[in-house]
Design a protein around this ligand. Structure first.
Ligand SMILES: CC(C)(COP(=O)(O)OP(=O)(O)OC[C@H]1O[C@@H](n2cnc3c(N)ncnc32)[C@H](O)[C@@H]1OP(=O)(O)O)[C@@H](O)C(=O)NCCC(=O)NCCS
Length: 221
């Protein structure tokens, strides 16, 4: 089981946070945070339901993390283990996460795949998303996996889709000319892009595109 206490800083004021595995007692809060984090036009069918959360904590509890401040859950991150073949990288979110039900979780998989990460809007930019990611990196190392991987949405793309292809949009993010709320966050977390995937997830703002972004276990080359 995973538990970590740390301080994050809100305008120089330290605030205690706890990162720990989530349990069935947290389900209501986790669903609330999904609703706050993925407002319309994001499809509400893609918010967690109790069955998905039950599968997360029973099939791969190591991959079910939440962050708590003042006794209140304010963010979560969920993953499963898959066997990823870098020579055949393309996939959709539905395929690789079993639409969030993770019944395809493979205890012998080589890759910790991120199903979801979200932080409640009122608690953003405190470093909580990055700490959740760091906690999953620790799990990658502890389980001696090859990598952490996930498809990053690019919700800023719809504003540029008329002028730029998805590849050009990503290039401008990588040169710092543009910032994307998710891809730039993932770069700040130490993730690196592998490739763009079309029709990854029903996601109007990203025009259904995502960037597969990897973090390689530095102890396994
Ligand atoms: C993406 C998300 C989880 C980030 O959470 P967060 O707790 O606000 O992020 P952090 O405070 O840990 O930020 C970490 C770094 O990313 C940067 N960052 C965070 N949000 C950013 C944004 N919108 N634009 C640019 N950079 C951003 C921060 O500046 C910080 O940089 P630093 O480490 O160099 O100081 C949060 O915005 C969210 O829940 N979004 C909606 C849900 C979603 O789309 N999830 C992704 C699914 S693929």
């Amino acid at each position: 089981m995973y538990r970590k206490e740390l301080y994050v800083f809100n305008e120089d004021i330290p605030k205690k946070a706890i990162i720990r595995n989530y349990t069935s007692e947290d389900f209501e809060d986790l669903i609330r945070i999904q609703q706050e984090s993925f407002p319309p036009p994001f499809p509400s069918e893609l918010w967690w339901n109790e069955q998905q959360l039950t599968n997360h904590i029973s099939l791969f509890p190591d991959g079910a993390l939440c962050v708590e401040i003042d006794g209140r859950i304010v963010g979560s991150m969920t993953g499963l283990l898959v066997h990823f073949d870098p020579t055949h990288p393309a996939h959709t979110w539905e395929e690789i996460t079993d639409s969030g039900y993770i019944r395809n979780h493979d205890p012998n998989g080589n890759t910790l795949y991120v199903v979801d990460i979200c932080v409640s809007p009122a608690y953003r930019k405190l470093g909580l998303g990055k700490w959740l990611m760091q906690s999953m990196y620790e799990t990658v190392v502890r389980l001696n996996l090859d990598r952490l991987l996930g498809g990053g949405r690019m919700p800023g793309y719809h504003r540029y889709a008329k002028e730029l292809s998805a590849v050009e949009y990503l290039q401008k993010i990588l040169t710092g000319e543009l910032k994307d709320p998710v891809i730039t966050f993932l770069l700040h977390c130490g993730r690196t892009p592998l490739q763009i995937v079309e029709n990854y997830l029903e996601d109007e703002e990203s025009l259904n595109y995502a960037v597969l972004m990897e973090w390689k276990n530095p102890f396994k080359q």
